[in-house]
Design a protein around this ligand. Structure first.
Ligand SMILES: [Zn+2]
Length: 425
């Protein structure tokens, strides 16, 4: 603890997608910056995320302080049609029904910047390169035209020029780290939000504690270290490292849509292709939400019940989350129900073939209930007047927005959050 924080404190929040605290705590020497942030600041034993424990709803909660039911981002997808090939995601901040930190900052005439932050396209952010792609592009993640078009005019080109010498040599998080430093030094925002993505990608593909995922985390840790080094001399700046959800290893894949299709819940064309009838679905990996797009008949209801019964009999469902429990979880108000995958299982969007496959394409998944061991997220914070080495215990992801608003000296009452700011002293 040193001097008092500035009433106009500046803040950088670095989100390492999918990072469960156990992952970096277990290998102390390998992630020196994440571990050093715990020693020199306050950190949560674990942070409880929202349901489903996925990137878009969770990042929306981080900046609004409210649960999905209130902010309106219930999943990553903006389309409920599982037969659609290129489904759009919830990229646009206009869908948010609750004020975000950037709105609160703007109301106080403070400057904001964001890099690859989910649900930030079109947001009231002064310097913004949002996470967005063209789902119909042959390789959506090499399509730079779409993020460029939705960025602050001129900014994408400016950053792309800066990063050009690193292309092909640096990984996506190294590029984000360099871009973040540029935004911070060049535009001097009061709030900078950055989303690191590589750990999540590798944890999905190879497993959360795989060599590939840990190597990706080393890269994010180095980027965090560079940003920390660049800001540590400034007592007005607070640095946060956090995540949106945890991860669980999986060995098997189950395809709920196969059971729905076999029970006639989708229409089948003459060529055998499936199309939408009344049942919509959104897969979150660890869970799947189903929706009635039109009022169902008694027969439709019976078919859904039969399909869910088959999935339960196959041992792939841990729990059926009904409307009542979805209310308690403050989750999707439109879903008829959600099914929660059994341990070791991830759900896929496959519509043909067997119900269960023993060779899952992915080795890691999230989207499960936030109460399940493994789904816990990370939170560490370092700055003036923040106790060194303080253990905050188990916190809620809904406490983050009011906490960060308070540190920045922003009117937190503009937020819709009823969560208590964390006591960091
Ligand atoms: Zn995520």
């Amino acid at each position: 603890m040193t001097e008092k924080p500035s009433p106009r404190g500046k803040l950088i929040a670095l989100s390492v997608d999918g990072l469960r605290p156990e992952i970096y705590r277990a290998a102390e020497g390998r992630f020196p910056n994440l571990n050093e942030m715990e020693r020199s600041g306050a950190s949560a034993e674990s942070m409880e995320t929202i349901y489903p424990s996925t990137t878009y709803p969770a990042h929306a909660t981080i900046v609004t302080g409210v649960a999905p039911r209130t902010h309106g981002i219930y999943s990553h997808l903006a389309s409920l049609d599982p037969t659609e090939r290129a489904r759009p995601w919830c990229w646009f901040a206009a869908v948010l029904r609750a004020p975000a930190l950037w709105d609160v900052a703007r109301a106080s005439r403070r400057r904001t910047a964001a890099l690859s932050w989910p649900v930030s396209a079109g947001a009231a952010i002064d310097h913004n390169i949002p996470e967005i792609w063209n789902p119909a592009a042959p390789d959506p993640h090499s399509d730079f035209e779409t993020p460029a078009r939705h960025s602050t005019p001129g900014l994408f080109g400016e950053v792309a020029k800066l990063l050009a010498p690193m292309l092909g040599k640096a990984d996506p998080d190294q590029l984000r780290g360099e871009a973040a430093l540029y935004l911070w030094n060049h535009y001097r925002p009061d709030l900078l939000l950055v989303h690191f993505i590589l750990y999540d990608a590798k944890a999905h593909a190879f497993g959360p504690a795989s060599a590939e995922a840990l190597k990706a985390l080393e890269s994010a840790d180095r980027a965090i270290g560079k940003i920390r080094e660049a800001t540590s001399a400034d007592p007005a700046t607070t640095l946060v490292a956090l995540s949106d959800h945890g991860f669980l290893p999986v060995e098997k894949e189950a395809a709920p849509l196969v059971a729905f299709a076999q029970n006639g819940l989708f229409a089948r064309g003459a060529d055998g292709s499936l199309s939408l009838r009344r049942l919509g679905a959104v897969n979150a990996g660890g869970s799947m939400a189903v929706y009635w797009l039109e009022p169902p008949s008694t027969d439709d209801r019976r078919r859904l019940e039969a399909a869910v019964g088959e999935l339960q009999a196959a041992g792939v469902v841990q729990e059926v989350i009904d409307r009542e429990k979805l209310e308690t979880l403050q989750a999707d108000p439109d879903a008829e129900l959600m099914i929660e995958a059994a341990p070791g299982f991830t759900f896929s969007e496959r519509m043909e073939g067997p119900l269960v496959s023993n060779s899952a394409q992915d080795r890691g998944a999230h989207g499960y209930l936030p109460s399940r061991t493994g789904m816990e997220a990370t939170f560490s914070i370092v700055g003036c007047d923040i106790a060194a080495g303080k253990n905050l215990g188990r916190i809620s992801i809904q406490q983050i927005a009011p906490t960060l608003a308070k540190i920045m000296g922003l009117p937190a009452d503009i937020l819709a959050s009823e969560a208590k700011p964390l006591d960091l002293r």
